[in-house]
Structures are given as C-alpha cells and as structure tokens.
Design a protein around this ligand. Sequence first.
Ligand code: FAD
Length: 345
Amino acid sequence: MTARRVWVVLQLKEGQVPRVSWDAVAAAQRLAGLLGTRAEAVLLGGGGPTGVAAAAREVAGRDLAAVHVAEHEALRGYTPGAYIGALAPALREARPDFVLFPHTYQTVDYVPRLAQAVGAGLLPEVTGFDAPAEGAGELLWTRPVLGGKLQARVRIKGDGPVLVSVQAGAFPAESGAAAAAPPGSDGGRGPAEIKPLAADLSAIRPDREILGYEEVGGSQVDLSKAEVIVAVGRGLGGPEKLGPIEELARALGGEIGASRPVIDSGWLPRERQIGSSGQTVAPKLYIAAGISGAIQHLVGMKGSTVIVAINKDPSAPIFTVADYGLVGDLHELVPALTAAIKAAK
Ligand code: FAD
C-alpha cells in the first residue's frame, strides 16, 4: 500500500508565518498522525531577500517530512492566477491525499478554483476530524453550516485529493503537534528537507494587479496580547449600555472585545471583534457577557486560560467552554462583579 500524503499550504504575512498557518500545520500533523504518515509543507513567495527562505527554515524545524518551496516573481504578492498556476501542476504531479490550508479570506478566494482546476474535492471551514473506525480507514469531518447554527458531520466519497481549509483556532498550535516540536526542535529527526516545489513555474502569471493595501480601522488594538478581555455580545441590547462593561474592563485592567453582531451593528469598532473572522485571543481571563457561544466565536477565544460566561440562558453553548458560568441578567451581574472586584482590591 502506498503511503498516504498530507500537504499543508501555508499563508505568509510579510514573510512571517502567522498563527493561522501554524494552526493549519498542527491540523496537518494530527491528520498525518491518524493516517500513519508525516505532513509536508508548501510555501509560495517571491525570491530574493524578501522571499520565503527564512519562513521555510522555520517551518522545516517543525517535525515535517519535507518543505516544498515555490519561489517566483509572480508569487511575490498573492493573486489567485499565480497561486493556482503554481499549485495545480504540483498537485496533479504529486497527488497528495489531503491538502490543508488555513481558512482565510485569501484561501476562500482561490482554493475552490484550485479544487476545480485539479478535480479535487473541497471541504471548507473544517473544525474537526476523527477516525472512528479502527485503522483510520475512514475519516469523519466536522464543519459548521447554516451560519454556524449546525455542525455537519461529513464523510468524503470518491477518490482523488481533497482540499481542506481549517478554521482558525480549531487546531491550536499550542496544544497540537506543532507545539510539541517548537522551532528548532525536530522530534530527533533533524529539520525537514527544503526543496523546490515540483512544478513548472515558467508560465505562471498574476491575474490581478494589486494597486495597494489600506488598513481597515483606525487605532489598532492587538487583543491577542491582552491578559484580560471583557467581551460583550448581542445580549447587551445596545451601545448605550456599554458603560458597565467598560467599567468592569477598567477594574480588571483589561480590554473590551465583542462578538460579530456587536461589530456589525456598529456598537464597537471592527478591531474589537473576536472569532473566526476577527481576532484569535488567549488571555488569562476571558469574560463573555451576553454571548451565546456560536462556533465562529468559540474558535477565537477557547484557548483562554479561564473563561467566565454570563448569560441568562442556562443552555447557551458558551457554558460548554466556560470554567465559571453565571446564569442571569448581565445588566445586574456585570455591575455586581465590578463592585466585588473593587471591594476586593
Ligand atoms: P446571539 O447568538 O444573538 O446571542 C446573544 C446571547 O445573549 C444569547 O445567548 C442570549 O441568551 C444572551 N442574552 C440576551 N440578553 C441577555 C441578558 N440581559 N443577560 C445575559 N445574557 C443575555 N461571530 C463572532 O462572534 N465572531 C466571528 O468572528 C464570527 N465570524 C463569523 C463568520 C461567518 C462566516 C459566519 C457565518 C458567522 C460568523 N459569526 C461570528 C457569527 C456567529 O455565527 C454568531 O451569529 C455570533 O457569534 C452570535 O453573536 P452573539 O453571541 O453576540 O449573539
């Protein structure tokens, strides 16, 4: 039986490997472990001093079988045409069983077209997988559907490669296999071999001209560095009720975060959003007030050390990840908490 192959295509940010990509590496290592093989990484980028060499060396130290690098002027910035131009021939040639990607705006843009180009299956936004049958012959995948209201359990049918995008935070690198082999560590095998991606890159062309990038939002708040976050959800009822939340955050020396509806309604700026399409955070203390606990929110905060949930609905899913649950009206409980903290000080 030929060994099964698991690839992970990393997305880089200014030459660095962002957390979403390490999470994808952790997912690929877990999947490869289930299949009795070792994962291989793929990096794309421009050549020269701003290229991917440094990132490739860092990735090679993470207990992988190989690191495939495609360097070409057309890959200096992301465009779907150039990315598909590089990856499609490589996938046709190597026929990996699974190719994992972080689930990001970029991969949402090009991975479906790549799947179409190589005749591969596509599983977007995966949050989990396991092999219930002995011998890992059959994999069952989990992904949210209907805006996260339901979790679908999916079995893949047919042959051929499957392209899988994994949701940020669903396979946190800290607790995954990637953490077991931090940079420089290699599980005793030595760093993975770095080699050129086996694909003819001579004809690849960008199919878009990027005219420039603009940061969205004004003052940047990096919630990923906050030690305490008081996060608020739709249960707050309106922006005029934010005062007690701000007071609790002040009393704890923390930052304010929010679920997506709070941001979409304009109650707080976009940079405060936590979740799959916002920031991923891991503070020492995370207080979630009036947040139901949809999967898209949980993946952004479930790595917090201590989670306190305040919700008037005792069956709210947020309580499944909470260390402490307060069932009741946040408009009463938040001021009471603030008063107790001030008194304890
Ligand atoms: P709701 O689900 O409406 O929950 C409000 C909660 O408040 C309820 O549990 C209710 O019992 C409680 N409540 C009401 N009044 C009170 C009160 N007085 N006191 C105490 N509790 C009260 N969501 C994110 O958060 N982050 C993301 O990054 C994100 N990305 C997404 C990406 C995609 C592609 C999609 C489809 C969705 C995304 N979502 C995201 C949305 C997500 O699916 C949920 O809709 C959202 O998280 C729900 O926000 P919420 O918990 O504030 O609101």
